[in-house]
Design a protein around this ligand. Sequence first.
Ligand code: UDP
Ligand code: MG
Length: 160
Amino acid sequence: FLPHLIASLEQVDQTYIMVKPDGVQRGLVGEIISRFEKKGFKLTGLKLFQCSKELAEEHYKDLKQKSFFPKLIDYITSGPVVCMAWEGVGVVASARKLIGATDPLQAEPGTIRGDLAVQTGRNVVHGSDSPENGKREIALWFKEGEVCEWTPVQAPWLRE
Ligand code: UDP
Ligand code: MG
């Protein structure tokens, strides 16, 4: 009874993961999805999407003052992206670890960027940096009804 109570108090978070246009063009969509799937997180939203300049600017609004901002917006809008919502305990920080450092040359081998990319401006994937931003970004990229609530059959085999 007590362990179940404690487990149920654990915070379940959501993170917004996006395969950027270079990842789509290079045929890395399956590989990137697979890393999160194998880790054991729950996919709750998935779509291929061509985003507008306005949406890209809203998503990256905290970086508006940075010199690379215009190039970043051009990059993110240069082709379709794959939008994903993932759910789980600790999913935000864990996804950032799976993704690796912003600069792919600094990212550890074994991470997505460490294994699959070489340049910061072509670093193949985005991941939210906090549970608050996870919620904000999922609400920004997905419409009502596009995120699914479901229970994977493997749930009891992933968490005691
Ligand atoms: N970026 C860039 N040049 C920089 C820093 C960042 O082009 O000097 C791009 C890069 O694509 C990065 C994105 O802007 O992924 C967002 O930057 P942030 O610092 O939030 O890195 P992230 O959270 O993606 O690791
Ligand atoms: Mg960031």
